[in-house]
Ligand binder design. Structure first.
Ligand code: HBI
Length: 362
């Protein structure tokens, strides 16, 4: 197939501002290229694609970044900068895609416009929904497209899809990672880890409190999206508990992440998937996670980690103390079987082909 993949308008690929969707985009583009498809990526000016995506075409647009959807009020109206990346992306798709001969456009943005355009667009638009429910406007437009032709939607996990009004069982594609980029570490240090955008919905304060209870340092990787929140978490534990490691490219992240005895995963929202959970397991690091959202489905208790009652910091610390019993090699093996690039690409290909066959009304 000839596929146009439209990226997130919250930031350029490689900047870290896109969070998990950047990793998902690179994995599915590289995986689909491997399977012989022809890919074009539409992303913000300044975006960079890794060597694995070198044979994909890259179209870019300048423009203002779209405000993050998860930080809006649930009842907020749709907002869009007039000189924004979002309207410019979709002006480009509608203007150029028909002549370019794409079989489909695959939208990775969690934004109202591409969903709203879907029933009347001049080419089939598919959406890999990247988050759980964050606003009524997005819930409504996702429900509208599901009612019109649910084949056009896919989700990462069952827990995420359950947030939305779907007439039929959801297409689930999980996620996929370039496992050659993650080294296995058999012997960890006396160190706990936490990774993700540093923002309130990610619950860093709970992981910090659990580490302080255990008297272990907590390494923190990720873009500090909310400075005030980060400062408040730092102040909530004894000095030296947190080691702020910043947003690192995968090569550096995995080298440091592998040294952890466990990764603590403490989402306060319905995390759609939980990329960092799989990245840790790929390095042999078991994950202690709240039984919530995507991580609640990825962690297989006793095999690749432990699940605890959400928001229970005492239980989080107790489980983190038990995690030495987990076989670190089994964590790596689970990822190889369930979250490789090849597995993701197979699922995405099947989804698109099925969706193209089941032509939606109109
Ligand atoms: N917000 N408006 C908007 N659009 C996105 O595509 C978007 C977002 N917030 C976060 C985000 N994408 C990514 O971090 C996803 O991986 C969740």
């Amino acid at each position: 197939m000839r596929i146009l993949v439209v990226s997130t308008p919250v930031g350029a690929l490689g900047s870290g501002r896109g969070g998990g969707v950047e990793l998902t985009l690179v994995s599915l583009v590289a995986g689909l290229l491997e399977r012989g498809h022809r890919l074009t990526v539409l992303a913000a000016e300044g975006s960079e694609l890794p060597p694995a995506c070198a044979t994909a075409a890259l179209w870019t647009c300048s423009g203002s970044s779209q405000p993050s959807a998860q930080h809006q009020e649930r009842d907020a109206p749709i907002t869009m900068p007039a000189d924004g990346l979002l309207p410019r992306f979709w002006r480009r798709v509608l203007a150029e895609a028909p002549a370019a001969g794409f079989d489909a456009a695959l939208n990775l943005a969690y934004d109202w416009l591409p969903f709203w355009l879907t029933p009347t667009a001049p080419l089939p638009i598919f959406h890999l929904v990247s988050m759980g429910s964050v606003s009524r406007a997005m819930d409504a437009v996702i429900a509208e497209i599901a009612a019109w032709d649910q084949h056009r939607l896919a989700f990462h996990t069952q827990a995420q899809a359950a947030d939305f009004a779907l007439p039929a069982a959801p297409v689930l594609v999980g996620n996929g990672f370039d496992l050659s980029a993650y080294g296995f570490c058999a012997e960890p240090e006396a160190l706990l880890g936490w990774a993700g955008r540093v923002a309130p919905e990610k619950g860093l304060e709970d992981a910090a409190a659990a580490a302080a209870q255990l008297g272990l340092p907590l390494a923190v990787w990720g873009l500090v999206e909310d400075e005030a929140y980060a400062a408040a978490v730092e102040a909530s534990v004894p000095a030296g508990t947190l080691q702020w490691r910043g947003f690192l490219p995968t090569a550096q992240l995995q080298a440091e992440l592998g040294c952890c005895r466990a990764l603590l995963n403490t989402p306060k929202w319905n995390e759609a998937y939980g990329n960092v959970v799989v990245e840790a397991m790929a390095c042999g690091v078991p994950v202690v996670a709240y039984r919530r959202g995507g991580p609640g489905e990825l962690v297989q208790p006793g095999v690749n980690g432990l699940l605890v009652e959400p928001d229970n910091v005492v239980a989080l610390a107790a489980a983190a103390a038990e995690v030495g019993a987990i076989d670190r090699r089994a964590c790596r093996q689970w990822v190889e079987a369930h979250a490789s690039r090849a597995v993701l690409a197979e699922r995405v290909e099947a989804w698109l082909l099925q969706g193209l066959v089941a032509a939606g009304p109109g």
